[in-house]
Ligand binder design. Structure first.
Ligand code: MEV
Length: 356
């Protein structure tokens, strides 16, 4: 059975309050990690419950460290979000925290407060939060969800909450909804999964993958907040009755067909779905000259298909190719475009799993 997400939070209540862990004295520090993601098919339609598929990008990582502080309270007493060069943050965690509470991103503040409130213990100490993110922000790569997931996992470890995967998802969504206004949950899920993730009608699963492939992610160098794109679409749909249903119908059909291609290992057919999806999103004015140009360049360089990915209005393009060698060649070709940075990630053959 596929597991329901709280798709988010509407069908599910907050996790039950729990007692803080008491084994061998409370730890002083908790750490958590997460990674970036790209949407293969179905972005924006996901917000309205239509199916969407995302692929993890493990080469773009995020880590959080939370430390008990003597300054009590249910808010981070110090907070620092460090944007590292794209990649996986490694090496010693910087010790100093010098940013004040007022600079905590709204979503992460809400998440931290909600988690601290779960600890039924009077006089719970406050926490200092340090997040280092190598996931470029505002590029449709799931940066906000990756940060939220890393913080939620770090707090889970520090506070001994022993949260289930569903409960962690719930807290990541607390942050995502503050950041994006409306969030389907796909970013919250894919930033913690090591396999492709399908979210459809609030249910999650790992879709079967019938052949190994590779994806190339190309950052156009500019981007907008997902919230802006989601709002733009919602307002556009409101002005043109029926347009939302038409979009959702096309997107769902493309995603379902793409899932069949993925399962059968028909990468060339899957690639064509990606390019068709780009056309669909371009019709909603979510693409830009730069992302359109990158899609063209990817196809000319031999990609099986390419499309914008995530919120759009800039951000990233995802292209599909068959092998690591062709992925590296494609990434090198796209990186010749001015201001473009590329990453690759494998699409690994494997059985599907309901729930992740
Ligand atoms: C963002 O990665 C994908 C969107 O569909 C928003 C969402 O699903 O929450 C644009």
């Amino acid at each position: 059975m596929a597991r329901n997400t709280s798709n988010a939070g509407q069908k599910r209540n907050s996790p039950a309050p729990v007692q803080a862990g008491r084994d061998a004295g409370p730890p002083r520090t908790g750490t958590g990690v997460a990674h970036g993601k790209v949407i293969l098919l179905g972005e924006h339609a996901a917000v309205y419950g239509a199916p969407t598929v995302a692929v993890p990008v493990p080469g773009l990582g995020c880590r959080a460290r939370v430390v008990r502080s003597d300054r009590g309270g249910d808010r981070p007493s110090a907070f620092q979000l460090v944007q590292t060069p794209p990649g996986v943050p490694r090496g010693p965690v910087p010790a100093a925290l010098h940013t004040t509470e007022s600079l905590v991103p709204e979503g992460l503040r809400k998440l931290t407060e909600a988690m601290l409130r779960q600890v039924h213990r009077r006089g719970t100490s406050g926490v200092d939060v340090l997040v280092e993110s190598g996931v470029p922000p505002a590029r449709g790569l799931g940066a906000s969800a990756a940060c939220a997931r890393a913080v939620a996992l770090a707090l889970n470890a520090l506070l001994g909450l022993r949260l289930s995967a569903d409960a962690v998802f719930h807290y990541v969504q607390v942050s995502e909804k503050a950041a994006h206004g409306r969030a389907s949950g796909i970013d919250a899920l894919a930033t913690g999964s090591h396999r492709p993730v399908l979210l459809a009608d609030g249910r999650i699963s790992n879709p079967p993958v019938g052949a190994d492939g590779w994806i190339v992610v190309a950052d156009s160098g500019s981007g907008a907040a997902t919230k802006e794109a989601v709002t733009m679409l919602r307002e556009g749909f409101a002005k043109h009755p029926g347009s939302r249903e038409v979009f959702l119908g096309h997107s769902a059909a493309l995603t379902r067909a793409g899932l069949c291609d993925l399962e059968r290992g028909h990468l060339a057919a899957l690639g064509r779905r990606l390019t068709d999806c780009h056309g669909l999103l371009a019709g909603l004015k979510l693409t830009t000259d730069r992302t359109n140009r990158l899609v063209e360049a990817a196809l000319q360089a031999g990609a099986l298909g390419a499309k914008m990915s995530g919120g759009g209005l800039g951000g990233c393009v995802v292209a599909l190719t068959a092998t690591e060698i062709t992925a590296d060649a494609l990434a090198a070709a796209l990186a010749r475009e001015p201001g473009v940075r590329c990453w690759t990630a494998p699409l690994t053959r494997g059985e599907g799993h309901a729930g992740i």
